[in-house]
Design a protein around this ligand. Structure first.
Ligand SMILES: COc1cc(/C=C/C(=O)SCCNC(=O)CCNC(=O)[C@H](O)C(C)(C)COP(=O)(O)OP(=O)(O)OC[C@H]2O[C@@H](n3cnc4c(N)ncnc43)[C@H](O)[C@@H]2OP(=O)(O)O)ccc1O
Ligand SMILES: O=C(O)CCC(=O)C(=O)O
Ligand SMILES: [Fe+2]
Length: 359
């Protein structure tokens, strides 16, 4: 019997050519109408989520930011960052139409033909700051992840204007700029608890001096239970602001044993999580919590995280304000770009990245 187009591609050496080199990604695979998950995506049993470990009765906090300078709101934010490392915010000040526009723009980008998207691949992109790709680091992964992404590192409006895809550039820039006040407010609340009296320019730059935005696409998957949308990882950012659509699928490590908690889509909300850089700067007080994304068998899902980071050339370590108060440092000073390169050199491996900075 003649092989179908789908089996011919997934069973042959043309696989990486189709998915990676030609820019079809997993979206292209999904649209072939596969009946079975290609073997390249089958995760080992221990990396598949066991639904009996999901705690349906638990949830991360949802914090109303309307009265953002109220002491109770500040306390809720700091407590959530300590206890959960993850929370959702509503009435956060980022206009809802800005969020809707960036979701539409993401669908527009992924709706383009593969050859158009591929112009932004690592090989062809005119800028190192714009990268369209699939999975996380296909060269380093034993099993691939069921996700395509466009990663945009912000340098300046001029650079974005010249190199970001015109189909989504304006909406992504607006989302990024409209979120800045929220990021500043959250960082001011969180660092006040770390004895930081004032966030001057140097501190601002250390906490949020560089920004990366990813447009993630998780297409319909034939065997979602066998694979991962994104494997277990923590973000290397200071703080991540995540916009998800109404499909769901993000899971966060719970406080007890091997437990996982779903982050349900809440209309108009943003998900906030502590990244490794803030865990390190807070000397472990705030935790960058492991999270993962499940693939979906019936719906395409998108998410748009903004990663607020130190600048690549910054040295990061426990804040001097904490050490002056007598805390013993748990982490050494590391060059942030070395830390990020270490993250990008290996497949997702849960919380292991942070060992790079441990004393
Ligand atoms: C979950 O799935 C993900 C997640 C992510 C990102 C998650 C985050 O937490 S992003 C926050 C990261 N912080 C920053 O980007 C800001 C600081 N930036 C830097 O320090 C640097 O720009 C740099 C990222 C280290 C790149 O430095 P550069 O001097 O230009 O070094 P390179 O040699 O070009 O890159 C090193 C190495 O990194 C890999 N890489 C770079 N960018 C990306 C990217 N956007 N996506 C994937 N991989 C990237 C790459 O392997 C580079 O080596 P090559 O030789 O292969 O080019 C992102 C994607 C997900 O799926
Ligand atoms: O898609 C999501 O909900 C989360 C994505 C994520 O964890 C990431 O991009 O770092
Ligand atoms: Fe993440």
């Amino acid at each position: 019997m003649a092989p179908t187009m789908a089996t011919a591609i997934t069973d042959s050496t043309d696989f990486s050519d189709f998915v990676i080199n030609q820019g079809h990604g997993v979206k292209g695979l999904s649209e072939l109408g596969l009946k079975r998950l290609p073997k390249q995506y089958i995760q080992p049993l221990e990396e598949r989520i066991n639904m009996t470990n999901v705690m349906p009765q638990e949830s991360i906090p949802i914090i109303d930011m309307l009265k953002w300078d109220d002491v109770h709101v500040v306390e809720s934010v700091c407590d959530a960052a300590e206890k959960w490392g993850f929370f959702q915010v509503i009435n956060h000040g980022v206009p809802i139409d800005v969020l809707e526009n960036v979701k539409d723009a993401t669908h527009r980008f992924y709706g383009m033909p593969a050859e158009e998207k591929n112009k932004y691949s690592k090989k062809l992109s005119p800028s190192n700051n714009v990268r369209f790709g699939t999975s996380f680091i296909p060269e380093a992964e034993k099993a691939l992840e069921w996700k395509d992404y466009l990663s945009l590192f912000y340098v300046s409006d001029e650079e974005a204007s010249a190199f970001w895809p015109p189909f989504c550039k304006d909406q992504v820039l607006e989302y990024m700029k409209s979120s800045e006040v929220l990021i500043r407010r959250l960082l001011a609340m969180l660092t006040e608890r770390l004895n930081v009296k004032e966030i001057d320019d140097a501190k601002t730059s250390l906490l949020m001096g560089s920004v990366r935005i990813n447009l993630n696409y998780y297409p319909i998957c034939p065997n979602p239970e066998l694979t991962a949308g994104v494997g277990r990882h923590s973000d290397v950012s200071t703080l991540t602001i995540l916009l998800q659509d109404d499909i769901g699928g993000l899971y966060v490590r719970g406080n007890r044993g091997d437990s996982w908690i779903h982050v349900p889509p809440v209309s108009g909300s943003l998900v906030i999580n502590v990244g490794d850089a803030l865990q390190i700067m807070s000397n472990g007080r705030y935790k960058s919590i492991e999270h993962r994304v499940l693939a979906n068998g019936s719906k395409n899902r998108i998410s748009v995280p903004i990663f607020a980071n130190p600048r690549p050339r910054d040295m990061i370590g426990p804040l001097p304000e904490l050490l002056a108060a007598g805390e013993k440092p748990l982490y050494k000073q590391v060059l942030y770009s070395d830390y990020v390169k270490h993250f990008f050199r290996k497949a997702h491996d849960g919380k292991k990245t942070v060992d790079f900075a441990k004393i």
